[in-house]
Design a protein around this ligand. Sequence first.
Ligand code: COA
Length: 184
Amino acid sequence: MNIIIRKAKPEEAEKIIDINIKVWKTTYKGLIPQEIIDKVQSKDEARIEKSKINIREKQNTIVAEVDGEIVGYQTFGQAHDKQFCNSGEIYTSYILDGFQMLGLGRRMVIECMKELVNQGYTTLITKCLVGNPSNEFHKLIGGLYIGQSTFEPLGIYVGKDNVYYHEDLAKSLNYNLKKSQRRK
Ligand SMILES: CC(C)(COP(=O)(O)OP(=O)(O)OC[C@H]1O[C@@H](n2cnc3c(N)ncnc32)[C@H](O)[C@@H]1OP(=O)(O)O)[C@@H](O)C(=O)NCCC(=O)NCCS
């Protein structure tokens, strides 16, 4: 398997949205009502254009490319919650079925963390919907559970998120680098 972890290019916006939609359908089936999934996850020109602009201007999307195909992505930046406005946040982590649990998520986390450290962040939060088995991932990358917030994509209430905090981002980065190197 030839794996490349790198920044996304604007022309890859549609591919990334397709992954988002596909993984939502498998991950959140039974956790989020289907009509909400359909409402939140539709693809149109406006969404593609917005995503292209974000990728170009914010430079905050990391992709995992396997044998020339993008199979997952993560996005990062300043935490959205006012309460954590001095922290960085990894907003989204989505990998296609068949490519999960191979270490790609941690490798993308490492790239997001490096970018956030370079931007001057010293702490980090991540969030995961209550009931999603991926909560384990958030703990295993070094996050400490500190409470809950509401998950409201596009302003639509979906449920509660567990919030995970990294009080020493540089330390978490080193921890994940070691874990990832051990796996290779
Ligand atoms: C969550 C996700 C991004 C993690 O990426 P990944 O490549 O599968 O995870 P990794 O292989 O890097 O795993 C890192 C560690 O987390 C563990 N892990 C990952 N997903 C897990 C799960 N669902 N349940 C239990 N442990 C899990 C791995 O076993 C590994 O453990 P280790 O530290 O002992 O080696 C990916 O599984 C995914 O896209 N899942 C579906 C969508 C989703 O739920 N996204 C998160 C939304 S908050």
